[in-house]
Design a protein around this ligand. Structure first.
Ligand code: HPA
Ligand code: ZN
Length: 326
């Protein structure tokens, strides 16, 4: 068995966390009050009780509703700062953080409001907490590609603050192929590319993310294990996969932790990492995710340490920066 202290003590990079998914019920209620927004839940406890999901869409509905309380630059700052303080306690030294601009611009919040609030917190995180951080802007795949193109346009003035673009939201019925052109445009602008694939979707979506979107990293990718040729293709490219065990359990991608593919993937040589996805909704931050797989899959210390090292190898840090952490 691997102890909580061992996991906490390992320096880690978090590569798959949605900033909107770190909005804890306490802060959600505080921001609702600050912005005079009526919530349909009478209490923090009642809201938490609603966090019982059977599939990805159940979660997304409640996650987008929760994001409505985010209105001002200060709100985005407070959200991001709360995550960074948590991250520091977890032994995270570098974080590559997703945000969903369309969730906010569709409500009339300016792109500028969102990015300025987040970026100021990241700057304070570097100075006051010693946490290195990068931002990845995700396109919502349930929306049309034209909306993603508009979002890419919005982002261009802030290019120096955004390392890459990603793809999230409702996977089934919204394959990577829907976003081939906007990913090509993002690549021409110099952005790194990632995409959620093979979470609820099949291994064919992982294939498309690699072949059509030409991603540098796959988010989730659980379904990859279904196809030996795909596993070979991922290994040839040293493609990082950002696994999120507690998310998979909460969204019934797996029925129990013992069936999580992480250990098999690790033993097939895949560059797998452990991440928290939407920790305020799925019941745990990064260390709880490490502990859950270590316990259920009987990982030894060396395997757990490998997962932590993989997080730096799979990151968008430069080789020199990686060398500082490894
Ligand atoms: N999958 C898809 N979209 C998301 C997720 C996820 O796990 N979290 C936030 N948006
Ligand atoms: Zn995710």
């Amino acid at each position: 068995t691997v102890s909580p202290d061992f996991i906490k003590g390992l320096p880690k990079a978090e590569l798959h966390v949605h900033i909107e998914g770190t909005l804890e019920p306490e802060l959600l209620f505080e921001l609702a009050k600050r912005n005079s927004i009526h919530l349909k839940y009478p209490s923090i406890e009642a809201l938490r009780e609603a966090y019982s999901f059977t599939k990805l869409q159940d979660f997304l509905d409640i996650y987008y509703a929760g994001a409505n309380v985010l209105q001002t630059e200060q709100d985005f700052y407070d959200l991001t700062w709360a995550y960074l303080k948590k991250a520091q306690m977890e032994g995270i030294v570098h974080a590559e953080i997703f945000f969903d601009p369309q969730t906010h611009t569709a409500r009339g919040i300016q792109f500028e409001t969102v990015i300025n609030g987040i970026s100021k917190a990241l700057e304070d995180g570097r100075e006051k907490l010693g946490i290195s951080a990068k931002l990845i802007m995700c396109f919502l795949r349930h929306l049309v590609e034209l909306s993603a193109f508009r979002t890419l346009e919005d982002a261009l003035p802030y290019k120096d603050q955004i390392v890459g673009v990603g793809l999230d939201s409702s996977e089934r019925g919204n394959p990577p192929s829907k976003f081939t052109d906007v990913f090509a445009a993002a690549r021409r602008e110099g952005f790194k590319l990632v995409a959620h694939a093979g979470e609820e979707g099949t291994e064919a979506y992982v294939r498309e993310a690699i072949d059509l979107l030409k991603v540098d990293r796959i988010d989730h990718g659980n379904a990859s294990i279904q196809d030996d040729h795909l596993v070979d293709a991922l290994n040839e490219r040293r493609m990082p996969l950002t696994l999120c065990p507690l998310s998979n359990k909460a969204l019934h991608v797996i029925q129990n932790m013992e069936e999580h593919p992480l250990k098999k993937m690790l033993h097939k040589g895949l560059l797998v990492t452990v991440n928290s996805d939407d920790p305020a909704y799925f019941g745990g931050y990064i260390n709880a995710n490490f502990q859950a797989v270590a316990d259920a899959l009987l990982l030894n210390k060396e395997e757990v340490a490998q997962l932590a090292r993989n997080s730096f190898h799979g990151s968008f840090l430069s080789d020199d920066e990686k060398a500082c952490f490894l």
